[in-house]
Structures are given as structure tokens and as C-alpha cells.
Design a binder for this molecule. Structure first.
Ligand SMILES: O=C(O)CCC(=O)C(=O)O
Ligand SMILES: [Fe+2]
Length: 194
């Protein structure tokens, strides 16, 4: 089975009897951290996962296109070995409706993964991986999900707690209504003075 819909080279770890170990990793390590850092995307209620390894290189998958994960929180561990290239690029957190909207300059974040290091990010944080230029890059991914968050999301209309485009739109609406109130007050003042 392919590890995800985007990569060809890799393996699903749950198929190799690692499900219990990964459950423990999520419960003892990822959930407590996500509770603190990502409470707005169900970080404290993570209860399912999809774990896999990926392998990049000239004779493997070369790069990975811009995407969001089917997860609330993703753990990405660089297992090595020796490689150049393969940097991760992040471009802002988005809800489903805004997933294809423009990136703001402050959202540009590039990260060069090092063997033995791990990155924990929201699944809705748009990202991709640049081409691995030489060697082989091997990564462990754990997509962590929250069934409570997914159920609540069906009834939610405002995603400004995590989507930066929703936040921008909300601020713009507030700015416009303040401007409209100011104009109205100025008009009234003018009428009273006349
Ligand atoms: O290649 C990487 O490090 C990123 C992998 C990734 O984003 C994913 O599998 O969802
Ligand atoms: Fe991803």
C-alpha cells in the first residue's frame, strides 16, 4: 500500500505491527505537546493516527508538492541518512475554503531538516518538500487525528482560530464597520452643526 496519495516510495508502519508503539508515541508525547501548542485544531483530543516512512532520492520520490495533510497534527522525523536538498517549505495555515489563497510574506517559512530532528506542525499548515538533490532522505511521518475535532468542524462556521486567511477577512470586516461608523458619526456632527 502507498504511504499517502502523493508518495510512491515508502511504507505504512501500521501494516508492520507498529500500531501499538505509534499509539503510545501519540498519547505520551504528541498529544501533551499538541494540547499546549495546537489546542485550536483538537490537539488535546488526538485519538487516531496514520504512520508511514517515506524515501526520497534520485531513484525514489524526488520531491513533494504543496499540500495540507489529512491530519490535525503531523510529526515529521528526519531519519537520515546522508542527503542534500529536500528542504521543507511552509506557507501559512488554512481552512478548507481558503486552502488555495495567496501566501502573505510573513507566512513564508523554509526549514532544512536534519537527521535526528523532528518537526511538529498543524496538518492544515500548507507545505511541501523540495527536491532531494543527492543521497537518500528517509522520513517518519505520523499524521495524528482527532475524531472530536472532525465532528465539531461539521457545525463550525468560523475558522479564524487557526486559518490566517479567515483572521485577515475578519479584521478587514471589523475595519470596514469601524470606518462606516466613523463616517456616520461625522455626517451626524455635520448635520447638527448646520
Ligand atoms: O518529505 C517530507 O518531509 C514531508 C512529507 C509530508 O509532508 C507528508 O507526507 O505529508
Ligand atoms: Fe505533509
Amino acid at each position: 500500500m502507498r504511504p499517502n496519495t502523493m508518495n510512491k516510495y515508502g511504507a505504512v508502519l501500521d501494516d508492520f505491527g507498529m500500531e501499538t508503539m505509534l499509539d503510545k508515541l501519540m498519547e505520551d508525547f504528541i498529544r501533551p505537546m499538541s494540547k499546549v501548542f495546537f489546542p485550536e485544531v483538537g490537539g488535546s483530543t488526538l485519538d487516531a493516527h496514520h504512520g508511514f516512512v517515506l524515501e526520497y532520492g534520485m531513484d525514489r520520490d524526488v520531491d513533494l508538492g504543496f499540500h495540507v495533510d489529512d491530519s490535525e497534527v503531523t510529526l515529521n522525523v528526519c531519519l537520515g541518512k546522508q542527503f542534500s536538498g529536500g528542504e521543507l517549505f511552509f506557507r501559512g495555515v488554512r481552512c478548507e475554503k481558503h486552502v488555495n489563497t495567496e501566501t502573505q510574506s510573513e507566512e513564508v517559512f523554509d526549514y532544512a531538516h536534519l537527521p535526528g530532528r523532528a518537526v511538529l506542525h498543524r496538518g492544515r499548515h500548507r507545505h511541501g518538500a523540495r527536491a532531494t538533490i543527492s543521497g537518500n532522505r528517509i522520513n517518519l511521518l505520523l499524521w495524528c487525528r482527532s475524531s472530536v475535532f472532525r465532528e465539531l468542524r461539521k457545525y463550525q462556521k468560523d475558522f479564524s482560530s487557526y486559518c490566517t486567511e479567515c483572521q485577515r477577512e475578519k479584521k478587514e470586516r471589523q475595519r470596514q464597520s469601524v470606518a462606516a461608523i466613523k463616517l456616520e458619526l461625522l455626517k451626524r456632527e455635520g448635520e447638527t452643526a448646520a
